[in-house]
Design a protein around this ligand. Structure first.
Ligand code: CA
Length: 228
């Protein structure tokens, strides 16, 4: 599996390249937009990791040019924190996923594996996450259950997005803290329980079946309850 990393920040680029190589990937690193585009067009990659802010050409321009050239290589964007519009733009241009800096390497690996496993590329569905009658539309940032619109705060939305992207997977409070709050495990995990409760009040209390399950001593999982 061959991955192209386009990242101008030397430390991050090196860190990514080293980690991915150690995880068994063949990697190339480009440090500006022009080189990145050149590599992406002249080699066959299984995946591209594109920083958004790059010298010469930015990550969006690279992706746009690739898609115009019928190059459908999956793309993960690395975006600055809280740039919601960036993420929307990336997904609209046909990115498969995005990670907000700073991110953990294990999270990046998980996203890479899920994209490579999927084996197909961005489709309109990939911006629309669904479980049972619950829908989350990443582009319009809308959530509905049973056709009823549900208003969530930004944090609740991020939390639900995490649950929906990784449905069926037990998420520890530590993981939720690091993904949604950028906090460490030793921070106050009560914040997470309170937020999960609020989210449940909005998406589960008035509906059946209940989708957010508590796994005692471990965390939470979003899934359909097993039929009895
Ligand atoms: Ca950059």
């Amino acid at each position: 599996m061959k991955i192209l990393i386009v990242e101008d920040e030397p430390k991050t680029g090196k860190y990514l390249q080293q980690g991915l190589t150690e995880s068994g990937f063949i990697t190339n690193l480009a440090t500006n937009g022009n080189d990145g585009l050149y590599h992406a067009l002249s080699n066959e990659y299984d995946l591209l990791i594109l920083d958004v802010m790059l010298p010469e050409l930015n990550g969006w321009q690279i992706l746009e040019t690739l898609r115009k050239n019928k190059n459908e290589t999956p793309v993960i964007f690395l975006t600055a924190r809280d740039q919601v519009e960036d993420r929307v733009k990336g997904l609209e241009l046909g990115a498969d996923d995005y990670l907000i800096k700073p991110f953990s390497f294990s999270e990046l690996l998980a996203r890479i594996r899920s994209i490579l496993k999927r084996g197909h590329f961005a489709s309109p569905e990939s911006t629309n996450l669904v479980i049972a009658d619950l829908q989350l539309d990443l582009l319009r940032r809308r959530v509905s259950r049973s056709g009823k619109n549900i208003t969530l705060t930004a944090k609740e939305f991020s939390l639900l997005e995490l649950f929906m992207r990784r449905q069926g997977e037990v998420l520890s409070r530590a993981l939720i803290a690091s993904q949604v709050w950028d906090m460490n495990f030793d921070s106050d995990t009560n914040v997470i329980d309170v937020s999960v409760r609020r989210l449940r009040n909005k998406i589960d209390v008035d509906f059946e079946p209940k989708l957010i399950q508590t796994i005692r001593g471990m965390g939470y999982v979003l899934e359909l309850p097993e039929e009895i």
